[in-house]
Design a binder for this molecule. Structure first.
Ligand code: HEC
Ligand code: HEC
Length: 362
């Protein structure tokens, strides 16, 4: 899995930089053009396996590039409870040591604060764990978007030898040995315990893992007192710097792909490049998708450090300096960084009425 390539540390000549910069500007414009298509304020999240789908459409006209989170969907309470039980069940992993919640901790930020979570055999995974909160609203799952639905995502994590290293027949046998599961599945699904029904219950639970009520969403919905002057200034700067070209829509990101390092080579000073750093190239095999990633959601970003696909960035301060340089091709002064961070903090939402927190800073 670990493909390591030595990279030259030589800096490109000014001529090369200029040429690259023209190309990058062209790419950036091309991406901006697709934004008009992608950022239509209605995202249909149909999935292959089953019938549940959520359409996110604001009930009122909005001029802002960011939409408030929808209400938590009213889904079958029995299936939500069953999905939650499965989400916390270590029998889903081969070793019986890991549940989904081991890496996606619901009591805090929906992830685990680690640079790389440890999977089967305690080995660190290739990329940083994203928060499970609001993930159901992303049209693609994973940093490289290789799963088009939550159902597909579950298949991959269950069977991945470095994550849960399990198989459906083993899981079905284990659950069938448990009379509580047998009874619950028989009550809710005509055909009882099956891989499809397990996936269905987990994804129904995941669709309820939204974090509404952030102060920014209250402001978007018309509560003008929800943000103070400093926070509104931060939001203005966020738009003025062009952050919303990539971080927009209902998840303030998550809905389009972008190269990491549009204006400068993010990987230039890295000693090693790993397979996971190739991003979407690993999915499509197209050269232009090398180093392309799904733009991460900025919901709850103040409590979900460490940052970036490689988990290499510890603070928002550093993250902003880096994105300004690599994604926008400009420097950003300290005051503006602080103002934007003040705005980003207003994107923290609530789960079951409690504010999300970062209990154990990395
Ligand atoms: C050992 C840690 C670990 C376990 C256990 C785990 N995950 Fe994850 N999860 C990750 C990592 C790491 C990623 C990102 C992988 C990638 O992008 O390539 C991820 C990504 C996801 C995503 C995509 C989120 C997004 O925004 O792209 C979802 C959804 C998810 N996991 C749900 C689950 C469910 C459901 C389970 C249990 C069946 C589970 N995970 C078990 C570590 C884990
Ligand atoms: C051209 C697209 C683009 C623009 C413009 C952009 N970003 Fe990003 N942003 C990304 C991508 C892609 C990543 C993921 C980088 C990685 O994983 O290596 C990212 C990562 C981040 C992260 C880390 C999130 C996390 O969970 O890891 C923050 C914070 C962030 N951006 C904020 C901003 C701010 C603030 C601005 C404006 C100053 C901005 N971005 C402009 C594409 C963009």
């Amino acid at each position: 899995m670990k493909l390591s390539l030595r990279r030259s540390r030589k800096k490109p000549s000014i001529y090369q930089t200029r040429q690259a910069s023209n190309r990058k500007l062209k790419n950036a414009w091309q991406s901006l053009c697709c934004l008009f298509v992608i950022s239509l304020p209605s995202i249909n999240l149909a999935n292959h396996d089953h019938f549940t789908s959520i359409t996110v459409t604001p009930a009122y006209p909005t001029k802002e590039p960011i939409l408030p989170l929808p209400a938590i969907p009213q889904l079958d309470p029995g299936k939500i409870a069953l999905g939650k039980k499965l989400f916390f069940d270590v029998r889903l992993s081969a070793s019986k040591k890991l549940s989904c919640a081991s890496c996606h901790d619901l009591s805090s930020n929906g992830a685990d604060y680690q640079v790389h979570s440890r999977g089967h055999d305690n080995t660190p995974l290739a990329v940083n764990t994203p928060s499970i909160f609001n993930a159901a609203l992303n049209p693609w799952q994973f940093w490289d978007g290789r799963a088009r639905s939550l159902e597909e995502q579950i298949n991959q994590v269950i069977e991945n030898p470095r994550e849960m290293a399990n198989s459906w027949p083993v899981i079905i046998r284990r659950l069938n040995d448990d009379p509580v599961y047998r009874r619950k599945f028989e009550k809710l699904y005509a055909d009882g315990i099956s891989a499809r029904n397990i996936r269905n219950a987990i994804t129904i639970f995941e669709r309820t893992l939204l974090t509404p009520d952030s102060r920014f969403d209250r402001w978007l919905r018309g509560d003008k007192q929800a943000l103070n002057a400093e926070e509104k200034k931060g939001y203005r700067l966020f738009k003025d710097y062009g952050c919303t070209a990539c971080h927009q829509g209902v998840n303030v990101g998550g809905n389009l792909f972008q190269k990491v390092g549009i204006f400068a080579d993010y990987f230039l000073y890295r000693d090693e490049i790993h397979l996971a750093d190739y991003g979407r190239f690993n999915v499509t095999g197209r050269e232009r998708d090398r180093y392309v990633f799904r733009v991460p959601s900025l919901r709850n970003v103040a409590v979900t450090a460490p940052y970036f696909h490689d988990g290499s960035v510890n603070t928002l301060d550093e993250a902003l300096r880096l994105v300004a340089r690599y994604q926008l091709g400009r420097t950003i002064n300290r005051n503006d960084i602080q103002s934007i961070i003040i705005f980003l903090k207003t994107l923290t939402g609530k789960y079951k009425g409690q504010w999300l927190t970062q209990a154990h800073a990395p």
